[in-house]
Design a protein around this ligand. Structure first.
Ligand code: ADP
Length: 408
């Protein structure tokens, strides 16, 4: 048996008492810790006796497993407790031994305790990391549940809204069929047109809600075919002609920058994206403003840019406008109307655009110097569309296709 083991063994009662005194503030605490301290010294002596840390490490592992649960990320740290025990142990050696013996014992003690402290601090770091990982996982699961109930709600609401809208539309048409004389009545026709445009807008919102569900469930289907981007941009620009006119705005398409050859994409979905981005550019730019569409070719992609000279976007908002229900600012302050200045919608347009572009294997993001309704810094939306000569995932991409035909 080593000198240290022998000394610890014959002084264990004194040591336990001294450590208990140091660690406890009252009698009740002393009664609680005495057993833990006594078994610690038993393991320490066993380890020193066999020159093997196993018994002590085992004891320390049990300490870490049994430590109190973390409160708001704060764990009960055990390393300081072990350091206190070491200090008491060293004090007792200095107190009870001759200096020469004390030096030998203290050197041996240092080695044993340092190893134990290292082991314990590694255990504690691992446990802390595991706790943090658990907390993160729980937060993520909660977020996923929230996201799921959001998209479940959207899907149910969209389906439930379809029937009453069809009813409204049907009854309106029935009234006109039953009373053809109303077609001569200006007031009645204005009412009818108002209703029809309301129903049309509601249908668009429902379509958006269903698209959100498809995107969230990763179920969006693309009907890829040779697609010419200048045709897409022209089609989208036609769809915004009337809001441009109403808002006295100009749309400049820099055709010469748009690649002439085709890519494989879903043209209907791309027009939908371009329409949403253009409508936003109109909505968030004051009357009389200008929107520019230009493109630049990058390796394997074309970057279609929609540039406006509107109110811009603050750096904080740039990162979350592509999320679901991402309407920025107080929705109640938005003016009504789909294309009115700041006529905010439900905040689904960019989420859908991102879903569609990502399903194509592309990317979409926005740039802006900030939000400023006076100086109008404007925003630029980048839509990165892959240039493909075969449908996505098709191994036969080497097949020469008819798409090298150029369209102007
Ligand atoms: P919304 O239905 O609110 O227009 P979107 O998803 O289309 O929803 O856009 C989300 C938010 O991004 C908008 O509420 C708006 O604050 C901001 N945004 C989008 N496009 C622009 C733009 N061109 N200029 C300034 N802000 C924009």
């Amino acid at each position: 048996m080593t000198d240290l083991a022998r000394w610890l063994d014959s002084n264990s009662t004194v040591l336990v008492q001294a450590v208990v005194e140091k660690l406890s503030q009252n009698e009740a605490q002393k009664a609680q810790v005495i057993e833990t301290v006594a078994s610690f010294f038993e393991s320490l002596i066993e380890s020193v006796r066999h020159g093997d840390s196993a018994a002590l490490n085992d004891r320390l592992s049990r300490w870490v497993e049994g430590r109190s649960a973390p409160t708001e990320g704060e764990l009960t740290r055990l390393v300081p407790v072990l350091i206190s025990i070491k200090q008491v142990n060293a004090e007792q050696i200095r107190l009870l031994c001759e200096p020469a013996q004390a030096v030998d014992l203290l050197i041996a003690l240092d080695v044993v305790y340092d190893r134990a402290i290292n082991y314990l601090s590694q255990l504690e770091s691992d446990a802390l990391l595991a706790d943090m990982r658990d907390q993160l996982q729980q937060a993520q699961q909660q977020l996923e549940r929230l996201d799921k109930s959001k998209s479940d709600f959207i899907a149910v609401a969209a389906h439930e809204l379809r029937t009453p809208i069809t009813l409204v539309e049907g009854y309106a048409n029935m009234v006109l069929d039953a009373r053809p004389d109303l077609k001569q009545d200006e007031g009645a026709m204005a009412l009818f047109e108002g209703m029809t445009s309301g129903v049309k807008r509601l249908r668009e919102i429902i379509r958006d809600m269903l698209d959100v569900s498809l995107i969230t469930l990763d179920m969006i289907e693309l009907h890829a075919q040779p697609t010419w981007l200048n045709q897409i941009i022209d089609a989208a620009s036609h769809s915004v002609e009337s809001p441009l006119r109403e808002r006295r705005m100009k749309l400049r398409i820099e055709h010469e920058t748009i690649p002439k050859r085709a890519t494989y994409a879903d043209p209907e979905r791309l027009v939908q994206v371009l329409n949403k981005i253009l409508m936003n550019a109109i909505k968030y730019t004051p009357d009389g403003g200008e929107v520019i569409v230009q493109a630049r070719e990058l390796t394997g992609f074309v970057d279609v840019m929609v540039i406006d000279n509107g109110i811009g976007i603050s750096p904080n908002d740039l990162s979350h406008i592509f999320g679901m229900f991402s309407t920025v600012g107080d929705a109640s302050l938005h003016s009504s109307g789909k294309s009115k200045f700041r006529g905010g919608g439900p905040g689904l347009g960019l989420y859908i655009s991102k879903g569609i572009i990502e399903a194509h294997g592309g990317n979409i993001w926005a740039e802006s110097a900030g939000y400023d309704e006076l100086n109008l810094p404007g925003s630029t939306f980048h839509i990165m569309i892959p240039m493909r000569n075969a449908p996505q995932g098709d191994n036969l991409s080497a097949i020469i296709m008819k798409t090298d035909k150029e369209v102007t």
